[in-house]
Design a protein around this ligand. Structure first.
Ligand SMILES: C[S@@+](CC[C@H](N)C(=O)[O-])C[C@H]1O[C@@H](n2cnc3c(N)ncnc32)[C@H](O)[C@@H]1O
Length: 414
């Protein structure tokens, strides 16, 4: 929590903690669970702490400890993830065990016990502030309300739900019904949430999912599964996946047709994850480390299809990455939209006449998605083909997916 408050993304912050502590798998799971829960309730916890402590704790670790404990104490009794008195005792023990925090252990005890005694009025008072009511920074709430005046409440609520574990069935190797039958035989409940998307009703480690190791299924959100079919791929096509890592959509495209795939990414570590994923699926692509905004990696031969899943604020996948809202600044939207526009402009000349370019973001800010697509079409006189446009995040039983944006362009032959 302290690292995220200092600007580090939660997965990297957790990796650093795990490298230092070397926890058991059980402790690792608990640390991860507590960190993600805290990110989802961080706004409320900060407001509560403001009510409970006469001044903000000066040590960032103390602030983080109290916010994490309050985040765990907020859910009502039947939904409480941990026994409330255990949470208080553990928080006090944690303070006592660290030299810098030990003098504050009485204060930790007093703040948390007062919360337990006065929880209803304290929560009611805190939730009068948007930061506490929605658990997003004020600029994010205001911008969401302006962009989506009808849907902003549903969008913010969906972003606070724990994400489902959704799988993509590899139709080159099996069928959706066969997968459902294998899951039922293993006692795993799943429902269909897309043409080849199955949502597990209870998450479990991928190693325990029948067919995962053999490449029959892959983890991929239902909205992300729309990319490959939109590209209308045929055997032998030259395809560029321009921002490919970790390779979710690369794998799906390769399952769809025998194409010559070049998978590019500017992050070498993330590029290695494409290799891992394709090995499991027993599929091949040429992997290249490079900048999709430059041409030094291109051999000059045009591509029949280009997937441009450009870097963005990731505002459509906050339920998977609840830290994003606390890390982003308002100006990031403009800067990332400019980067996305540069990448699209650079890729367009690499497309063969008649070829198709699919522009994707996992953002729901119009500057990064629809406004970007509309401006691009005008700049390049690109033909816009039917595509879903903006999919808002949905967290319902029948429709459960992240917030992604799709625009499909074709280069006219003349
Ligand atoms: C939204 S993710 C791609 C997800 C991927 N398409 C999938 O389905 O698994 C964006 C990727 O763009 C990469 N990236 C960021 N800037 C880039 C650039 N200038 N050129 C190429 N890749 C870039 C990031 O490393 C990241 O892996």
């Amino acid at each position: 929590v302290t690292r995220v408050a200092g600007g580090t993304a939660l997965p990297q912050a957790l990796a650093a903690v795990f490298a230092r502590m070397e926890p058991t798998p059980q402790a690792r799971g608990a640390i991860q669970d507590i960190a993600y829960r805290t990110m989802r309730e961080y706004g409320l916890a900060q407001v509560l702490l403001g009510q409970l402590a006469s001044r903000k704790p000066s040590a960032p670790e103390l602030h983080a400890l109290l916010c994490a404990a309050l985040a765990l104490l907020v859910p009502e009794a039947e939904q409480a993830p941990y026994d409330p008195f255990t949470v208080v005792d553990q928080a006090v023990d944690c303070a006592a065990s660290q030299r810098t925090l030990a003098p504050a252990k009485g204060m930790v005890n007093a703040v948390l016990r007062r919360f337990l005694r006065e929880r209803q009025p304290l929560l009611a008072q805190a939730r009068r502030q948007p930061l506490a009511e929605w658990n997003y920074p004020a600029w994010w709430i205001d911008a969401m309300r302006a962009a989506w005046p009808q849907q902003w409440r549903d969008i913010l609520t969906a972003g606070n739900q724990p994400p489902p574990l959704t799988l993509r069935v590899n139709l080159a190797k099996t069928g959706v019904d066969d997968c459902l039958a294998a899951f039922a035989a293993a006692g795993i409940e799943a429902v269909r949430v897309g043409p080849q998307a199955l949502k597990l009703l209870r998450a479990l480690p991928v190693a325990q999912i029948p067919g995962f190791a053999e490449g029959l299924v892959s983890v991929q959100d239902a909205a992300a599964q729309l990319a490959a079919p939109l590209l209308d791929l045929r055997d032998g096509m030259r395809v560029l996946d321009a921002c490919a890592a970790p390779g979710g959509k690369t794998g799906h495209m390769l399952e769809t047709a025998r194409v010559q795939m070049l998978a590019l990414d500017s992050d070498p570590q993330r590029l290695a994850r494409i290799d891992e994923n394709l090995r499991r699926l027993q599929l091949q692509a040429e992997l290249r480390h490079g900048d999709a905004g430059a041409r030094d990696w291109w051999d000059g031969r045009p591509f029949d299809r280009i997937l441009a899943d450009v870097p963005c604020t990731a505002s459509g996948i906050v339920r998977r990455h609840p830290d994003i809202r606390w890390l982003r600044r308002k100006d990031d939207v403009r800067q990332l939209a400019a980067l996305g526009g540069r990448i699209l402009d650079n890729l367009w000349p690499m497309l063969a006449p008649g070829g198709k370019l699919l522009f994707v973001t996992c953002s729901i800010w119009p500057q990064e998605s629809e406004q970007q697509a509309a401006a691009f079409a005008v700049r390049h006189q690109a033909l816009r083909l039917p595509a879903p446009g903006q999919l808002l995040p949905a967290a319902r039983a029948d429709e459960d997916h992240d917030g992604l944006f799709y625009a499909l362009f074709q280069k006219t032959t003349v």
